[in-house]
Design a binder for this molecule. Structure first.
Ligand SMILES: Cc1cc2nc3c(=O)[nH]c(=O)nc-3n(C[C@H](O)[C@H](O)[C@H](O)COP(=O)(O)O)c2cc1C
Length: 352
């Protein structure tokens, strides 16, 4: 499928996709702003309860008549581990004491909410559904297709792209190693799946995968967009670039840290959630460094650190929240999402 064919399938004007950002970054307002500007807005529902997911989809529909994407985590949950939780409870406990919070308690090992969330997606029928951290079953794919929902999967290696193409996705987000927040890796170790975007695009091209590829990771300006489209991407997907927008829900302290970044100080860490993710280096990451064996699995670690992150976010303590960011962070700028879409389109030589 050509770039134009993907735009037609998505029913959008411009090859610019907002990254779904589950948690604090994404909002229905940000999704609608990007869709209304002619790109594809997105909302990450991975942490949402089924009712909240349905409410967010309805809210986006109130704010835009254009297509949008709903995203979920299709895997990544550990069921059993056998890690002694006491060392991590002690580390987080120290921070709780500093913040004046009661001592942390161990959250249960959550089961994946994916099946229940997907029921909501099938019911509400957003125009586009995307997933990361794994893949739906063949039966789930068939149910999505039956409702004529466009399906996009996330790959961090050529092999993952091949698996997704075989499963029948309509497009693949190629998530380069530069990308902000969680790695979507699902078919090999995280260490072996840190492929920079340009190489990942090449790997997918040489694997001869006949599915349009959406480039993602470190894309911040019009030149990056033009380069990716020139490299054969059918479209691009940006997260970090949209985080400082007024429509984004990132806490002000997160936005300030992105805008203040003069160089790339991002690192890959499991400290906040139990799953490798890229963010600006800070004190909590340093507190856990060298103690990785104490980190609980996704998403028990995420649930354990949530009270700390929420309290720190509200109080403006950048050192104790997950400052998710991609490697292009030093080129962050604050402007309304529609203006950013316009700026990103500036240097596309031949507009598809
Ligand atoms: C704050 C934040 C949250 C994210 N949450 C999700 C998510 O829920 N689902 C998903 O598929 N990707 C998520 N991503 C990853 C993006 O889809 C994309 O790979 C990444 O933003 C690209 O790199 P960039 O941030 O440098 O643009 C998130 C990224 C950020 C920055």
């Amino acid at each position: 499928m050509t770039a134009q064919a993907l735009l037609r399938r998505l029913a959008i004007e411009h090859p610019i996709l907002l990254a779904p950002m589950a948690g604090s970054g994404g909002t229905p307002e940000l999704a609608a702003a990007v869709s209304n500007a002619g790109g594809l807005g997105a909302w990450g529902g991975a942490y949402a309860k089924p009712d909240d997911l349905a409410a967010a989809i309805r809210k986006i529909r109130q704010l835009t008549a254009r297509p949008f994407n709903i995203n979920l985590f299709a895997g990544g949950y550990a069921t059993d581990h056998g890690i002694d939780p006491r060392p991590m409870l002690e580390i987080v406990g120290q921070v709780h004491a500093e913040l004046g919070l009661p001592p942390p308690s161990l959250p249960p090992l959550a089961e994946s909410p994916f099946a229940a969330q997907l029921e909501v997606v099938l019911e509400e029928r957003p125009p586009v559904f995307s997933f990361t951290f794994g893949a739906p079953s063949a039966a789930q794919m068939a149910a999505l297709k039956k409702r004529d929902i466009v399906v996009i999967g996330t790959a961090t290696t050529g092999e993952e792209a091949r698996i997704l193409a075989q499963l029948g996705v309509d497009a693949i987000v190629a998530q380069g190693a530069e990308a902000g927040a969680h790695r979507g890796t699902f078919a090999a170790s995280f260490e072996d799946s840190m492929v920079p975007l340009a190489r990942l695009m090449r790997d997918i091209r040489t694997a001869d995968i006949a599915v349009p590829v959406i480039a993602s990771g470190g894309i911040m300006d019009a030149r990056d967009v033009a380069r990716c489209l020139g490299d054969g991407a059918a479209a691009v997907q940006l997260g970090t670039a949209f985080l400082p927008c007024p429509e984004s829900g990132a806490p002000p302290v997160h936005k300030q840290a992105l805008l203040a970044a003069k160089k790339d100080t991002t690192v890959i860490t499991r400290a906040f959630s139990g799953r490798p993710a890229r963010g600006l280096s800070n004190r909590f990451i340093a507190m856990v460094a060298g103690k990785e064996q104490a980190i609980l699995p996704f998403r028990q670690q995420n649930d354990l650190t949530r009270p700390m992150r929420n309290a720190a976010g509200q109080r403006g303590v950048a050192d104790l929240i997950s400052l998710w960011a991609g490697q292009g962070v030093a080129r962050s700028r604050a402007m309304p999402a529609a203006d950013l879409v316009a700026v990103l389109l500036e240097e596309i030589p031949v507009h598809p």
